[in-house]
Design a protein around this ligand. Structure first.
Ligand SMILES: Cc1cc2nc3c(=O)[nH]c(=O)nc-3n(C[C@H](O)[C@H](O)[C@H](O)COP(=O)(O)OP(=O)(O)OC[C@H]3O[C@@H](n4cnc5c(N)ncnc54)[C@H](O)[C@@H]3O)c2cc1C
Length: 405
């Protein structure tokens, strides 16, 4: 990764003697834009035909010589007039690893799994959603091929099975992140950061359960009751798993009648207790929306009073705006900080059997997608959530409400 800075006068560049000589032929399928020279280039990569760990130093110096050659091309080929006043400012000196060792688990996730086979997994624990994104093994030197080839599945998301998250040979070793048990092609999708994070959530939860029950991850997977508990525990913590519904017996919300002051964009109050967190990127069946300016409320009411001590709210964490980049055109589109869709200010109130109200929580400046409110247990016939403001979005969104005793 490199960045450059604009100065107010021409800044010449003389490459070191060890810089590679880069030509238009090397770059015929790799784009450098004269309009965006401040940051680059994910396709300066090597490693697939080396040992990405043992050959690290050799790779670092070869990458550096390519970087210097590319900057020489940018500055001195005459093709980039906007580069005249630019100076190469930073160069990442620790090579990042896109593809490296993985461990073999009880299941090896493959391209076929991602393309539809995921529906057969009993042990789904997280979703992936990046296309399969294969980079040529020769990296930059594969100038006759594009820097990557992206294969989009028919569906935007797929489930990842728990069988990929622990070693087949070492009974107490689990994998969280890009080292999970995956074929090279499946790995090109599972390796992205959000997916690694969701896998980490599953491994952490499973590890705690294994410790508690004094069993191995393989035993947990073989035990249908434990596996179901793992999935339910993950859903409760706002993990997304396709086709697995909230069936947690602790949750009293599904037994309630849900009403709201209003519902926007064809959503319904019941969506907040549907038990499904994700049913498609463009549908509203898994969330309730209302106009924030109208200070909307959502109410759960039971036939008979219930004893409650916890309310869990899953909000919308926002669109995919934040990314790590030095590219100004992308930075301009980001909302750096709390995402506007997140509900900012709200209160939770219990309505007691005699009709009086008791405040359970008052929140200002919320910035989190999952909020868990625990309080002294109270006998309530209803719970109301009053929303005063979002962090800027027109609609307040609640994806899920859970109420526990
Ligand atoms: C150039 C490049 C661009 C990428 N672009 C994107 C992108 O745009 N979006 C995206 O989502 N993903 C991207 N990726 C992929 C993504 O960054 C990685 O796959 C992901 O960060 C891997 O996370 P991880 O936790 O599995 O591994 P890592 O982040 O590598 O974490 C492993 C950690 O273990 C530590 N460690 C290693 N050995 C030991 C030891 N013996 N003891 C203690 N600690 C140890 C390491 O120091 C490291 O901190 C990119 C990768 C590269 C290289």
């Amino acid at each position: 990764m490199i960045t450059s800075r604009e100065y107010d006068k021409p800044m010449p560049f003389q490459p070191p003697t060890w810089a590679k000589k880069i030509t238009a032929e090397h770059l015929k399928l790799r784009r450098i834009s004269d309009k965006s020279l401040e940051y680059g280039y994910w396709w300066i990569e090597l490693g697939g035909v080396y040992d990405a760990i043992r050959d690290n130093e050799q790779l670092r110096f070869e990458l550096l010589s390519i970087v210097m050659g590319i900057w020489d091309y940018v500055k001195n080929s005459g093709k980039f007039p906007n580069a005249a006043n630019r100076v190469l400012e930073t160069i990442g000196m620790v090579p990042g690893r896109r593809d490296t060792y993985r461990l073999v688990g009880d299941h090896v996730i493959t391209q076929l799994d991602i393309e539809g086979g995921w529906k057969q997994f009993d042990d789904a624990i997280a979703v992936g959603g990046w296309p399969m994104d294969d980079h040529p093994a020769e990296g930059f030197w594969a100038s006759d091929r594009r820097g990557c080839r992206q294969i989009h599945g028919k569906q935007p998301y797929y489930n990842i099975p728990f069988g990929c998250l622990y070693s087949k040979k070492i009974t107490n070793l689990m994998m969280a992140g890009r080292n999970i048990s995956a074929s090279h092609v499946a790995f090109t999708s599972t390796r992205v950061m959000s997916t690694c994070a969701a896998i980490g959530q599953a491994v952490g939860t499973a590890a705690a359960m294994c410790l508690d029950a004094d069993i191995s991850p393989a035993r947990l997977r073989a035990d249908k009751t434990m596996l179901k508990r793992l999935q339910q525990e993950l859903l409760r913590d706002n993990q997304t798993i396709l086709d697995i519904k909230n069936e947690d017996s602790r949750d009293l919300a599904p037994k309630a009648k849900v009403t709201a002051s209003e519902s926007a964009l064809e959503s319904k109050p019941e969506n907040a207790i549907s038990g499904i967190l994700l049913d498609g990127p463009k549908t509203n069946r898994n969330r309730w929306l209302a106009t924030a300016a109208a200070k909307p409320w959502l109410k759960l009411e039971w036939n008979a009073p219930v004893r409650i001590s916890q309310v869990r709210l899953a909000f919308d964490g926002g669109k995919r705006r934040l990314t790590q980049t030095g590219q100004q055109s992308v930075i301009k589109t980001m909302v750096v900080g709390v995402q506007p869709e997140l509900v900012r200010d709200y209160t939770i109130t219990a309505i007691l059997p005699d009709g009086s109200e008791r405040p359970l929580a008052e929140v200002t400046n919320n910035y989190q997608a999952l909020r868990v409110h625990t309080f002294d247990s109270v006998n309530a016939k209803a719970v109301r959530i009053d929303i005063a403001a979002t962090n800027g979005a027109e609609h307040a969104i609640i994806r899920e409400v859970r109420v526990e005793s």
